[in-house]
Ligand binder design. Structure first.
Ligand code: HEC
Length: 175
């Protein structure tokens, strides 16, 4: 094939897509032509009575059970506190605020203010009970189980404990 012919061929390709009244020619239509799924819809329903392979069933339906049985597997170190702070800032700060006192940006825009995490009541609650609240939600606060992995929930709890000690001040260990 001569250079001119190749040039003409390329020119044809260039002008193929120029009619804006018609849908463009698709060279790889496999991504576009598929069974459409509604936004946010699950593509395939899981079979009845099954759980994902890596999922563990959460056994507690009431906070008291979790309060007694669950223990925090993590200890406060610079790493766990930093992770806790990172996850807290992403998932809890919007309502509970950076100091845990409850007037975060979402509350300033009209959401009901949560009670302070530094209250005597929350200080007395075990880590297990806080884990339960993050996992199951409480009242108008929804569950964060699907967003926050169990190990990160424990890290967040360490960070909340540090916030409680710091009374809204700077938390040692975390940056
Ligand atoms: C959308 C706002 C919002 C977010 C985000 C949020 N919470 Fe809450 N939280 C609330 C509200 C509101 C309450 C009070 C709920 C009730 O008892 O009706 C609450 C209650 C709590 C309580 C119980 C406090 C008490 O005194 O009863 C804990 C503990 C808690 N949240 C921890 C967390 C943690 C940890 C996160 C992040 C993983 C989080 N929350 C994310 C709004 C939020």
């Amino acid at each position: 094939m001569t250079k001119e012919k190749i040039f003409l061929l390329l020119l044809c390709f260039l002008f193929i897509g120029c009619d804006r009244t018609k849908p463009p020619i698709q060279f790889f239509p496999d991504m576009k032509n598929q069974k459409s799924v509604r936004p946010q819809a699950q593509f395939r329903e899981p079979p009845a009575n099954t759980v994902p392979r890596k999922a563990k069933r959460y056994p507690f339906s009431d906070p008291e059970g979790a309060e007694k049985k669950l223990k925090n597997p993590l200890t406060p170190t610079a790493d766990t506190l930093n992770r806790g702070q990172f996850m807290y800032n992403a998932y809890c700060l919007p309502c509970h605020n950076s100091n845990g006192e409850g007037f975060g940006p979402v509350v300033k825009r009209g959401f009901a203010p949560p009670p302070p995490l530094s209250s005597e009541k929350v200080k007395q609650w075990s880590d297990g009970r806080l884990f339960h609240i993050i996992t199951k939600g409480q009242g108008i606060m929804s569950s964060y189980a699907s967003q926050v992995d169990p190990i990160d929930r424990w890290a967040i709890i360490l960070y909340i404990r540090a916030l409680q000690k710091a009374h809204g001040g700077k938390v040692n260990g975390a940056q």
